[in-house]
Write a protein that binds this ligand. Structure first.
Ligand code: ZN
Length: 83
């Protein structure tokens, strides 16, 4: 079973679909029992979808955009100014 650091390090490779099957199984097993890594994984997976959509349609789902803003913290004051 992988630990958290190992799982997060492999996350991008996993999302690229470039891991071999034993490594994928180990990550999926870890995600099944570790909420922290599952949330990190979820966020990266959604971020990829957004980036793909952004390239194609130049649009973001509103709910996800607010999640991204939350991740960047308090720097957003609501009308786009920093500080
Ligand atoms: Zn973990």
């Amino acid at each position: 079973m992988s630990d958290c650091n190992e799982t997060l390090r492999e996350l991008e490779t996993f999302l690229d679909g470039e891991l071999d099957e034993p490594a994928r199984d180990a990550i999926q097993a870890h995600l099944g029992g570790c909420m922290d890594c599952l949330q990190a994984f979820d966020f990266h997976a959604e971020l990829r979808i957004v980036i793909q959509h952004k390239c194609q349609h130049d649009e973001l789902p509103a709910g996800l955009l607010s999640r991204i803003e939350m991740c960047f913290g308090e720097d957003f004051d609501g009308d786009g100014r920093i500080g």
